[in-house]
Design a protein. Structure first.
Length: 359
């Protein structure tokens, strides 16, 4: 009988045991390991009817049984197909067996059939969310968002302003004057209709980050040039008689900015640190229709998550999103159709693996 005493860690060479093995003391496995290979059922078995139904919960906008199916038999893949109306989605969330404080690392291999007008992501989440417009308060996903929306705000004039009163759009302060003589000045005008025209003239001449257009009635519609959630941070305030702007000091109340401005083909990370606000980061890699990507997410450092795409690490400077310490997370998959009509988007997942420190 061979006897092995003490603790072995990180043995580089192979250990071959002939006969019985008796251990005096403890053997520690440094990491807890979990894997979902989606190979438990035959092709076209509904996910909710499979052997892993107790672990996973499926939902989404206009979700129906049959939207998530096992595929490839023993090869093991999962297809999640959203319905075909605008913003229809499928969400798949696992049990909360993983904690940020245990330094979780995920590896997943997945693809989308068509990246146009689609949102999809795979990663960690504290809770499910049915639309990209309202992400959960603690998430870190990697995927795509190919349909960005620009932030929009509205100015309403009910009369004319008083000379030397002001309003602010982005970094530009405008001052009402009897006659505009240069940048940052707006002609008061004879009535609210004239004031609207003069606001549009001034914004068009002075700013490149927003556009302005006559709206319904005596309004001006101000739109961020850059699409995405960044437009929601553009300053939008007034301190003028007979003038009102919608919102609470920033653009985006008429229409909220959604998504990012990196381009429709770029893989992105999406994070939200304890409801601090969604952050998109450009991974610098283009996605190809119906082509698998392998993604690795390491949340060991909550202030500097790490991401690999197809075994190549994304530069740390490209990842500004963070995660909240002490949070319990779940493996999460989501796909959302971002346009109406007879189209559906299909997320295919080959596997998900997670490692974390043992408690």
């Amino acid at each position: 009988m061979g006897v092995l005493g003490g603790v072995f860690r990180n043995i580089a060479s192979k250990l071959k045991v002939l006969g019985d093995l008796t251990v005096n003391g403890k053997i520690f496995q440094g990491k807890y390991y979990w894997c979902e290979d989606f190979d438990d059922e035959a092709t076209n078995v509904q996910f909710e009817s499979g052997l892993q139904a107790d672990f996973w919960t499926t939902a989404g906008t206009n979700y129906a049984a049959g939207n998530v199916l096992y595929t490839n038999d023993a090869g093991g893949t999962l297809d999640a197909k959203c319905a075909n109306a605008d913003n229809d989605s499928v969400t798949i969330i696992g049990l909360g067996n993983f904690r940020v404080d245990s330094n979780p690392i995920m590896e997943a291999r997945f693809k989308i059939d068509n990246k146009a007008t689609a949102f999809m992501g795979v990663g960690f989440a504290e809770g499910a969310f049915a639309t990209k417009a309202t992400p959960d308060d603690d998430i870190f996903l990697v995927g795509i968002d190919s349909d960005a929306v620009a932030a929009v705000g509205t100015i309403t004039m009910t009369g004319v302003a008083t000379a030397d009163e002001t309003f602010v759009i982005d970094t530009q302060t405008y001052t009402w004057k009897a006659t505009r003589s240069g940048t940052g000045e707006v002609t008061i005008g004879a009535n609210q209709a004239a004031a609207v025209t003069n606001i549009v003239t001034a914004i068009t001449a002075d700013q490149t980050t927003v556009t302005a257009a006559d709206g319904a009635g005596d309004t001006v519609v101000v739109t961020s040039v850059a699409k995405g959630i960044t437009g929601n941070a553009i300053v939008f305030t007034e301190a003028s008689t007979n003038m009102a702007v919608d919102g609470a000091g920033t653009l985006g109340t008429t229409t909220a900015g959604l998504g990012h401005n990196f381009g429709a083909t770029h893989i992105v990370s999406l994070s939200n640190d304890h409801n601090g606000g969604a952050i998109y980061d450009d991974m610098g890699v283009a996605i190809v229709n119906d082509t698998y990507i392998k993604v690795k997410i390491d949340l060991t450092d909550t202030e500097q998550p790490r991401v690999w795409i197809n075994n190549v690490e994304v530069g740390s400077a490209s990842i500004t999103g963070t995660v909240q310490a002490g949070t319990t997370l779940m493996p999460y998959m989501m796909v959302q159709n971002l346009a109406g009509g007879a189209i559906q988007r299909v997320l295919t997942v080959d596997y998900i693996k997670i490692w974390q420190d043992r408690g």
